[in-house]
Every structure is written in C-alpha cells, then in structure tokens.
Ligand binder design. Structure first.
Ligand SMILES: Cc1cc2nc3c(=O)[nH]c(=O)nc-3n(C[C@H](O)[C@H](O)[C@H](O)COP(=O)(O)O)c2cc1C
Length: 174
C-alpha cells in the first residue's frame, strides 16, 4: 500500500491529547496548507481556516462548544491547537467545500504523526459574540458559517482500532 493510502486508512479520531506536547509552527503551517488545497465547488475556495493555538481563545471556544453541547467537559479533549473551518454560506457548495478541507486537515495531521479529531458545533461558536468578534478583529467579512473544528495534538495513548467497515458500504456496477 502506498503512503497516502496508509494515511487514509490509519487516521483515527483522538479523544485524549497529551497536554504537555505542543504542535510545532512548521507542522501547523503544513497542515493548514494541505487544507487550502482541498477541492471546492467551481474552484471558489469558499472555506477559510482559523488556526487557534492561543490558549485563551482555544479555551473560550471550548467553553462555548461545551455550552452548546450541554456539558462541562472540554470538547477538544485537551488538544492544544484547534483549526476551525468556516465557509461562506453564499456559495451553494459551502458545506461540501468545508468538509473536504476538514478531511485534508485530519489526513495531513496523520501524515505528520499528529492526532486529530473533527469536533462539531463550530457553527455555534461563530454565532456567539466571541466568535463574531474574532472574525471582526481579523477583518473577515461575509456570510461565514462554522463547519467544523479540527482539534490537533499528540495522542496521550494509543488510539482505538477502526470499527469494521459495514458490509454494504460499496456497490459495484461492472
Ligand atoms: C461531522 C462530524 C462531526 C463530529 N463531531 C464530533 C464531536 O463533536 N465529538 C467527538 O468526539 N467526535 C466527533 N466526530 C468524530 C466521529 O465520532 C468519528 O469520526 C467516528 O466515530 C469514526 O471514528 P474515526 O474518526 O476514528 O474513524 C465527528 C465526526 C464528523 C465527521
């Protein structure tokens, strides 16, 4: 199996990150770059990525996310970096576009030996005043809606094996 196929198969969601291990700036840059090369409907590049390594911002997003979920746990499972993908809802393919960026981010992280997980409720984070202020402070205008949070870091322990793939996943018409 080639390296790309190995990465696509071996990536698993991490739910316990090692809080003592930071992610290098170089790795963050490489991962977000991979995200920007995801395909997008009509090549319109509707998504944007906000790479959060600032602990206060990360913790506040975690708090809003937890509130939206109705829990008090850290929804980012201790990950030190959260790559938030938003996409411009004025573009009809924005959800697909954003989901593909999320996939690239998670697979790029895996290729670099980093763990990751898609955490939902980015929409709620950026509907809150805190998220709106982040966009305003960055000078981002437009109808941007949160698609997902890609939490990244180093796994604190081995990740569980993939669930078996369901038998009726693929149909061939030959
Ligand atoms: C759209 C989407 C939203 C997800 N949201 C969460 C989440 O909020 N919390 C969480 O623990 N996992 C979340 N996950 C991770 C899935 O639970 C995980 O991908 C699934 O269990 C399969 O495991 P694997 O990623 O290891 O293959 C999400 C995944 C997707 C694709």
């Amino acid at each position: 199996m080639n390296e790309t196929l190995k990465v696509l198969e071996s990536r698993r969601s991490c739910r316990k990150f090692d809080p003592s291990r930071a992610v290098s700036e170089e790795d963050i840059q490489a991962i977000v770059k991979a995200g920007t090369y995801a395909p997008s409907g009509m090549g319109k590049q509707s998504p944007i990525i906000i790479a959060v390594s600032n602990k206060e911002v990360r913790d506040q997003l975690s708090k809003i996310n937890a509130q939206a979920m109705g829990t008090s746990i850290d929804p980012f499972y201790g990950a030190p970096v959260v790559l938030v993908v938003l996409a411009n809802a004025d573009i009809p393919t924005y959800i697909y576009d954003g989901a593909l960026v999320m996939g690239n981010l998670m697979n790029a992280a895996e290729s670099l030996g980093l763990a990751s997980i898609w955490i939902h409720r980015a929409r709620e984070e950026f509907e809150a005043d805190f998220g709106k202020n982040i966009l305003a402070d960055l000078g981002i205008e437009g109808n941007y809606v949160g698609i997902g949070n890609c939490a990244i870091g180093y796994a604190a322990s081995d990740l569980p094996k993939a669930a078996p793939r369901k038998e009726d996943y693929v149909y061939y018409l030959k």
